[in-house]
Write a protein that binds this ligand. Structure first.
Ligand SMILES: Cc1cc2nc3c(=O)[nH]c(=O)nc-3n(C[C@H](O)[C@H](O)[C@H](O)COP(=O)(O)OP(=O)(O)OC[C@H]3O[C@@H](n4cnc5c(N)ncnc54)[C@H](O)[C@@H]3O)c2cc1C
Length: 386
């Protein structure tokens, strides 16, 4: 838990900005075209300790809070880069930190902090269950001192860039449960030892995100790799969601700031009909509105982060931060595209790349409809819609 001062936040911003300067738009455009992973960028961030920000100092990490971690990711996206390929190395370990045994923490966290182990694959989504996580079908059956895992996942990102994966699997049949949120368990899967028992097939998407369809065929996982108690995995995953939502909200805010800056600059430079296009209210007001919406979303994001860091309940704020910032970044993306006219679509221009990238935030890690359903039911007390 930290209560970061403005000075600390500003120094993090400056330091991350400095790193990002070495990775200009041309670096990200090239990766995007080749659908390649930003190894050099991620290696540098890892060496400098930025991806270990959330790991406590006793395990070799930075001991920072979500507030500071969110600023790191915001600055990456504000620089024109993309935090997507590396953000999960920051937060996936949170489930081990909060619910793992002391032995698991000692075994994994220092190596994750030092960059020796990459834990940035989180296997939850399945083709049939979709957003209804309690319906997942991948099974983990206990056999003596091991669990045998069979099933299929989809959209599991960075499997090929990870040594470890946190996997959610069913340890009790759905029909035998009275409480449908039980019966799922979380495991640490060592992908280095899995061999052909885990098959990852890259899924080409409209953005450079290294996501995969993954098959598990009689994969044996030692029972000691179970995280926490059997049957409690869904609860543990939910605990991780608030951190993830706040961090991704910050990335969306970074994108929104980038789009707005770009739009403002271009609107001042591009002269048509004898004046800069930004002098026209039809161009200026949408940019101003996008800016106001970004600022409002940013306040909710910092409110959510502060609550998280104080150890308070922050489900409502984390969800609202994700909702509002994903909408703000999408609005800013469209405004930036409109401001640039045809040039916004040119592929040597980072706008079209970031336009595609920022679209993800309304859909994943949770779609905004389910965020609204959460707010309606859990915050406003309305009838359950799902
Ligand atoms: C690039 C990318 C990377 C991803 N990475 C990962 C990852 O690393 N690990 C992982 O586990 N998952 C990952 N995901 C999956 C992601 O979390 C899901 O795509 C997301 O949660 C939405 O689930 P779905 O795609 O199955 O949509 P569905 O659940 O099939 O929903 C489809 C549509 O129906 C709507 N809908 C569904 N139910 C309701 C309801 N009750 N009320 C109103 N509307 C509803 C939704 O709004 C949505 O628009 C990734 C996805 C993408 C695209």
């Amino acid at each position: 838990m930290t209560h970061a001062s403005t000075e600390t936040i500003n120094s993090i911003r400056a330091a991350v900005r400095q790193v990002c300067k070495g990775y200009p738009g041309s670096y990200w455009q090239d990766l995007d075209q080749r659908r390649a992973y930003p190894d050099a960028f991620v290696d540098e961030l890892t060496k400098l300790g930025w991806l270990a920000a959330l790991i406590p100092e006793q395990y070799g990490g930075g001991g920072m809070g979500i507030t500071e971690a969110s600023v790191i990711l915001e600055e990456i996206n504000y620089s024109g880069g993309n935090g997507g390929p590396c953000h999960a190395q920051m937060y996936t370990m949170g489930i081990v930190l909060r619910h793992g045994s002391e032995e698991q923490k000692r075994r994994y966290l220092p190596k994750i902090a030092g960059g020796e182990l990459r834990l940035q694959a989180f296997g939850v989504t399945e083709p049939n269950a979709g957003s209804e996580t309690t319906r997942i079908e991948t099974t983990a059956v206990r056999k003596h001192d091991r669990y045998v895992i069979n099933g299929q996942k989809i959209f599991i990102s960075r499997v090929l860039q990870s040594d470890l994966m946190v996997l959610l699997a069913r340890t009790m049949p759905y029909d035998e449960l009275t409480d449908k949120t039980r019966g799922l368990s979380a495991f640490i899967v060592d992908l280095r030892e899995a061999g052909p028992r885990v098959q990852a097939h890259p899924l080409r998407t409209m953005i450079n995100h290294h996501t995969n369809v993954v098959f598990f065929d009689n994969l044996e996982v030692p029972a000691e790799n179970l995280i926490g108690e059997e049957g409690q995995g869904f609860r543990y995953i939910i605990d991780s969601w608030n951190a993830e939502r706040i961090l991704l909200a910050a990335e969306a805010i970074g994108d929104a700031r980038w789009f707005i800056d770009k739009a403002v600059d271009y609107s001042k430079q591009r002269v048509l009909f004898g004046k800069p296009i930004g002098a026209n209210q039809g161009v200026q007001f949408p940019i101003a509105r996008a800016y106001a919406r970004m600022r409002a979303a940013d306040l909710v994001r910092f409110d959510a982060a502060a609550k998280f860091d104080r150890g308070e309940r922050c489900g409502a704020e984390a969800n609202m931060a994700k909702l509002l910032s994903s909408e703000a970044s999408w609005e800013a993306a469209n405004v930036c595209m409109d401001t640039h006219g045809g040039y916004g679509l040119a592929s040597d221009n980072d706008i079209e790349r970031k336009f595609r990238e920022t679209r993800l935030f309304t859909i994943a890690p949770v779609n905004n409809n389910l965020v609204l359903a959460y707010l309606g039911r859990n915050v406003l007390g309305m009838p359950r819609s799902y």
